[in-house]
Design a protein around this ligand. Sequence first.
Ligand SMILES: [Zn+2]
Ligand SMILES: [Zn+2]
Length: 179
Amino acid sequence: MKKCSVCKTIKSFEDFGKDKHNKNGYRSSCRECNRLYRISIKEERKIYQAKQYLNNKEEYKIKHKEWRTKNPEKVKEGAKRNIKNRARYNKKMRLTRKAKVFELYGNKCANIECGDTRQEVLTIDHINNDGYIQRKIHKVGNQFYSWIIKNKPIDLQLLCYNCNMTKAHTGKYPSKRTE
Ligand SMILES: [Zn+2]
Ligand SMILES: [Zn+2]
């Protein structure tokens, strides 16, 4: 057991990082204190950098411009990376929103005879078949999902692809589930 020099708590040696330079081979402060210290340093640095930026905005802008003209390859790389990251982020958002929307509408095909729960075949169906108009207003994908989550419209439901198509063509649901 060892007493931490910062929080003064007596903890087991496992709670201390190793340090060759110390007599007993362990750091004087515990892991948790070190972690908190690292976070505080990080925060301080962030605040410092933000202040520096606010106080020298013009200078930073000029420097940044200079850097960009000197490093066109890096600028290009950065732009590419941004596009990639944005695409990844958008996909993630679309999937979480989609999951939320599906949950909102019961996570299964609304045709009682069917009740398919396979996420990959479920589609959002407009009960009154005005999907075309709605899609025009709210766009598809991300924006459409966001709009649904916000407004929770009652004229939407989930249908599996099969039920959705059959309803679109015949105006009725298929009576039995077909794979
Ligand atoms: Zn401590
Ligand atoms: Zn179905």
